[in-house]
Design a binder for this molecule. Structure first.
Ligand code: PLP
Length: 396
């Protein structure tokens, strides 16, 4: 791709590491290489920087630094949270979650179901929303944990997790949220909620891949997932990934500063992109357009394949994702679009564009300049499109 223009619109997959984050991390690969657990001052100075990073993350989330545990990724945080709730309540063997979680929760819950736990996978409606009455009814006396994502990675749909956390609390269950896609995109103040545990991931937040956070509210029963040394107050063993912890701390500071821009300039770019794409015939947006992350646009072009669109976009240097996954040679619509009941002809042609503060108006204009032609060319060779056109002609 050298020399070619790159328009990166796949920020829900991963983000560019902010230059400020790289600069903050570099000394910890060089002269500040001490172990924060060491007794000497050389290590101690590193511990002091780590404490600062923890404070910045706590400030972003509205919690205290003691409630922050650094992990290796969002997946580890999700697994740890669910495991902790089950291990600390051995008599409670029921879990409530949703059908549209990321595999970091979904696959772990499916594994637990195979191990004999009972799991309720809540459905969503056509807009990707949960029915709160159903959520409440699903929580039982033997429910150890309710795990509901804050925002969906494919559609950006936001779940009312504060309300669900209050329901869980009233029924004596732990509440965990996978906030990997929400942090930095919408305001979060944990001090005003009943959320017991929250997961996030550095690489969705302009920090590097391989660093995550698990927030555990003070007083929440906790059992570690990774055992060994006494790091993270005995809650997550293993010598700390110091440079990455410094990086995620810097990223948290930047995220707090950029939150308003995400919800104004970035949102306006997303809306411009979406309105432009909707001018293409037989195109629809997937998910509730109101209760949604400001950066995400999941859109379906009927009668074309998402993968073909992606390849043509990729040739132009435009990076996006499709809403289907290639399993055993056939293209399966994603579990999220299937759970929402998106029709087959649309689910196959779904594309997710996800923006960041690094995107510009020119990026959006570039996509809108090329997209109508791409869809028209693919429809020309689509037998389904031809069939639909013939049916329409016959009906009129
Ligand atoms: N949860 C959600 C909603 C995600 O989007 C992702 C990553 O795509 C994860 C969890 C996993 O995070 P990580 O890649 O840091 O393990």
């Amino acid at each position: 791709m050298s020399g070619q223009r790159v328009v990166y619109l796949d920020n829900n997959a991963t983000t560019q590491v902010a230059p400020e984050v790289v600069a903050a991390m570099l000394p910890f690969f060089g002269e500040k290489y001490g172990n924060p657990s060491s007794m000497h001052a050389f290590g101690g100075q590193v511990a002091a920087h780590m404490a600062e990073a923890r404070q910045k993350m706590a400030d972003l989330l509205g919690c205290s630094p003691e409630e922050i545990i650094f992990t290796s990724c969002g997946t580890e945080s999700d697994n740890t949270a669910i495991n902790a709730a089950l291990m600390s309540h051995p008599n409670k063997r029921h879990i409530v979650t949703t059908r549209v979680e990321h595999p970091a929760v979904l696959n772990y819950c499916q594994y637990l179901a195979r191990k004999g736990y009972e799991v309720t996978f809540l459905p969503v409606d056509r807009q990707g929303n949960l029915d709160l009455n159903r959520v409440e009814d699903a929580i039982r006396d033997d429910t150890a944990i309710v795990s509901v994502m804050w925002a969906n990675n494919e559609t950006g749909v936001i779940f009312p997790v504060e309300e669900i956390a209050a329901m869980a609390k009233a029924k004596g269950a732990i509440f965990h949220t996978d906030a990997v896609q929400a942090v930095g995109k919408i305001p979060i103040d944990l001090s005003r909620t009943h959320i017991d545990m929250l997961s996030l991931s550095g690489h969705k937040l302009h920090a590097p891949k391989g660093i995550g956070v698990l927030y555990v509210r003070k007083g929440t029963p906790f059992v570690p997932y990774i055992r060994g040394g006494h790091q993270e107050h005995g809650r997550r063993a293993g010598t700390e990934n110091v440079p990455y912890i410094i990086g995620i701390g810097k990223a948290a500071e930047l995220a707090a500063r950029h939150l308003e821009e995400e919800n104004t300039r970035v949102k306006a770019l997303r809306d411009k992109l979406e309105e432009g794409l909707l001018q293409i015939p037989r195109t629809m947006v997937n998910g509730d357009r109101e209760r949604r992350l400001p950066n995400t646009c999941s859109v379906s072009f009927e009668f074309v394949e998402g993968e073909s669109i992606l390849l043509m976009l990729s040739d132009l240097g435009i990076c996006a994702s499709s809403g289907s996954a290639c399993t055993s040679g056939s293209l399966e619509p994603s579990h999220v679009l299937r759970a929402m009941g998106v029709p087959f002809t649309a689910a196959h042609g779904s594309i997710r564009f996800s923006l960041s503060i690094y995107n510009t108006e020119e990026d959006i204009d570039y996509v809108l300049e090329h997209m109508p032609g791409i869809i028209a060319r693919l429809r020309e060779i689509s037998p389904f499109w031809k069939e639909a056109q013939e049916k329409e002609a016959a009906a009129s």
